[in-house]
Design a protein around this ligand. Structure first.
Ligand code: PMM
Length: 364
């Protein structure tokens, strides 16, 4: 499949582009003028060129196929993405970065007491996240930490549905963090307005058809492997190119399954089958992901690479690093942040967003 990643737009109408899926990238590189500095790496063409100059050197069929993808990517790059419609009103992704507060309803997060006590405690935390400024409370009943074992669907439903129902009844907007169709369905029926799936539909073949039917927004995240094995020596030839192309291909597949692009957020999957170097390369490329024309979600809060970089073992003590990464992601164009420390992130993001929009031409 043809993919277009914009790395940078230059003032003279040219852009630094990476094109995947060309039939003969070397021949295209040879046909471009030297000042385009064309290069082919891992079968992808990289060049600094105007759109028309690039299209002019392609064979007619490939030109026709690439033109709409290229023009869409150039228009979308660094531009404000559209808002997202949900059953509980619009998520204003066009105007500001949104905050998704993390609410893990797993035994290790709410250890003592019976089921009812767990639910009450989780609902209280959900209210606190919303009061602190979370636009969405992301409720998950299965740990996706490295090494985590899967949980049966009925157990996951029993954990998340009462919490989502109670929060929704109180007017708190929730998403469900699940890769299972049965859980997604029960959660949306209980009031969740978005399905956040770390597997890109790879763990349960029924999930994507279910999301198409439920017609709610969907987070499409990149993950290499499974949570149980993903941190066993992850390897990429070019992590940014591979994550980007994976998301581009999956967006097409989603559309074919009836999940409109307009409903999808994309997420590079920080920490999911990635080393510290991979995570940093992806964070640095946040703006490039905007070429796909969808709001970018970044979930880096408290993750272990922040501990590696700062020498902080306890995830609860990684606040400063989490805030720094949130601010950098917003500066790079991220439009949703999945975080544990909502109040502090809201303040950090307000500052980052003020800088990002200070210049009238900054594009929101
Ligand atoms: N990270 C975790 C869980 N769910 N969902 C999305 N979309 N993106 C993420 O980065 C993400 C996620 C794992 O983090 P946790 O164990 O701190 O909840």
């Amino acid at each position: 499949m043809l993919t277009v990643r914009v790395r940078q737009r230059l003032g003279n109408g040219a852009a630094h582009l990476v094109i995947g899926g060309l039939q003969r990238p070397e021949a295209v590189a040879a046909a471009l003028p030297a000042h385009s500095t064309p290069d082919v790496r891992h079968a992808r063409l990289e060049a600094v060129t105007g759109a028309e100059d690039l299209l002019a050197v392609l064979a007619p069929d490939e030109r026709r196929a690439l033109a709409p993808i290229l023009h869409r990517a150039l228009a979308a790059f660094a531009a404000a993405p559209p808002d997202l419609a949900t059953p509980l009103g619009v998520l204003p992704t066009s105007t500001r970065p949104l905050i998704m507060g993390v609410l893990n309803v797993t035994p290790d997060s709410f250890s003592d007491g019976g089921r009812h006590a767990d639910t009450d405690a989780a609902v209280r935390v959900g209210h606190a996240l919303a009061a602190a400024g979370a636009d969405l409370v992301d409720v998950g009943g299965e740990s996706t930490r490295p090494g985590a074992q899967p949980v049966p669907a009925d157990v996951e439903v029993a954990r998340v549905v009462p919490v989502i129902a109670a929060l929704a009844a109180a007017g708190v907007r929730t998403s469900v963090d699940t890769s299972k169709a049965a859980v997604a369905r029960a959660a949306v029926e209980a009031g969740a307005v978005l399905v956040n799936d770390v597997s890109a539909g790879a763990f349960d073949p029924d999930l994507l058809p279910c999301v198409a039917e439920l017609a709610v927004p969907y987070v499409l995240m990149h993950l290499k492997g499974t949570p149980r094995t993903m941190q066993h020596d992850p390897h990429y030839l070019d992590v940014v190119a591979e994550v980007f192309d994976h998301l581009a291909v999956r967006l097409e597949q989603l559309e074919a399954l009836g999940i409109a692009r307009e409903r999808v957020l994309i997420d590079p999957g920080i920490g999911f089958g990635k080393t510290t170097a991979h995570n940093l390369a992806l964070l640095d490329a946040t703006r490039e992901l905007t070429s796909l024309g969808r709001p970018v979600l970044v979930g880096a809060s408290r993750k272990s690479f922040l501990g590696v970089l700062t020498g902080v073992d306890d995830p609860g003590d990684r606040l400063e690093a989490s805030l720094a990464v949130a601010a950098l992601a917003v500066a790079g164009g991220a439009r949703m942040l999945r975080v544990h420390d909502v109040a502090a992130t809201v303040r950090a993001v307000a500052l980052a967003q003020a800088v990002a929009t200070a210049r009238p031409s900054a594009g929101g």
